[in-house]
Design a protein around this ligand. Structure first.
Ligand code: HXC
Length: 268
């Protein structure tokens, strides 16, 4: 039984709080990243979405514009490529003249026991999640310093314990959390903030589809203290808060949005 519902809208925040500001997001084409950028746009931001699938990105950018009335451009790039991510940043600045918020959301995931995980498979996820975050931060930092903007890294909770078949993702996300803390400490004096949002089981996302075995979907609402899967809007709302002036004294933090799931023992 679902006892708690996601907040139906983001109306607790003013519609225009991000007017005139620009978000640059990797992994914004679909899933959690899509809802995060949509939610920021619904609160006034223009957006640049970055990913590998040029056609899919363009379709998502058009859909985001139609849904929100704000501007959204697609910049095809693989976060593992420094020249490609630099070109995406240059396009963002050329079109919008500024970047205020960066969401590092590009991630790879699949289930594989460490005994069968090839070196290339491990490296691939580390390169997308961790190196991709580093590349994105390095390419955007000069612009974020100018606007005294903020970073948000989409991490996970699976590295707080040993989640089976997730050695590659757990290691990658632990490193992302560490990067965010260092950015917070080094860049705080320049007015730049960096935070992490750690989603738990979010319905209809690639991560959950891959991690929750088919047929056992009913288990999540029964074990999660808040009695339901999360929804992508739960992460969108967290992003709005963390980028908003309401979080102006929040940096180096991890905001876990998981319905309390991480506090249940033995449910990984
Ligand atoms: C074992 C696998 C594999 C699998 C790929 N590999 N998929 N190994 N099981 N299912 C191995 C390949 O065999 C290869 O190693 C290496 O990984 C690289 O694979 P490629 O396909 O060449 O890489 P690439 O095209 O760059 O991208 C692969 C990928 C992609 C990024 C891993 O398949 C992928 O993950 N897509 C899904 C994206 C996604 O789900 N994003 C949301 C993440 S959610 P060998 O040795 O054969 O060369 C998330 C949050 C988690 O991260 C928490 C949720 C609760």
């Amino acid at each position: 039984m679902s006892v708690n519902k996601a907040h139906p809208s983001t109306s607790v925040f003013k519609d225009n709080i991000f007017n005139g500001q620009v978000v640059f997001i990797t992994g914004g084409r679909s899933g959690i990243g899509y809802t995060v950028v949509e939610t920021l746009m619904r609160h006034g931001a223009d957006a640049v979405i970055v990913g590998r699938d040029a056609k899919g990105l363009q379709e998502s950018a058009s859909a985001l514009q139609r849904a929100t009335g704000k501007r959204c451009i697609a910049a095809a790039a693989d976060v593992r490529s420094v020249p490609q991510i630099q070109a995406a940043v240059a396009k963002a600045v050329e079109v919008f003249g500024r970047i205020d918020f960066v969401v590092c959301g590009a991630a790879g995931n699949f289930l594989a026991p460490i005994a069968n995980l090839s070196e290339n498979a491990f490296r691939t996820v580390i390169e997308i999640d961790t190196l991709g975050t580093y590349n994105t931060v390095k390419a955007t930092l000069p612009h974020i310093r100018k606007t005294q903007g903020a970073y948000l890294h989409i991490s996970a909770t699976l590295h707080y314990r040993g989640v089976p078949y997730q050695a590659h993702v757990g290691a990658a996300k632990a490193a992302v959390d560490a990067l965010s803390q260092v950015i917070a400490v080094e860049e705080g004096p320049r007015g730049v903030r960096s935070n992490v949002v750690a989603p738990g089981p979010i319905a209809n996302t690639e991560g959950t589809l891959r991690l929750v075995p088919k047929g056992s979907e009913d288990l999540i609402p029964r074990i999660v203290p808040l009695g339901r899967f999360g929804e992508t809007i739960d992460i969108g709302n967290a992003a709005v808060y963390l980028f908003s002036p309401a979080a102006s004294y929040v940096t180096g933090s991890v905001l876990v949005v998981d319905g309390g799931e991480m506090h249940i023992r033995g449910t990984a």
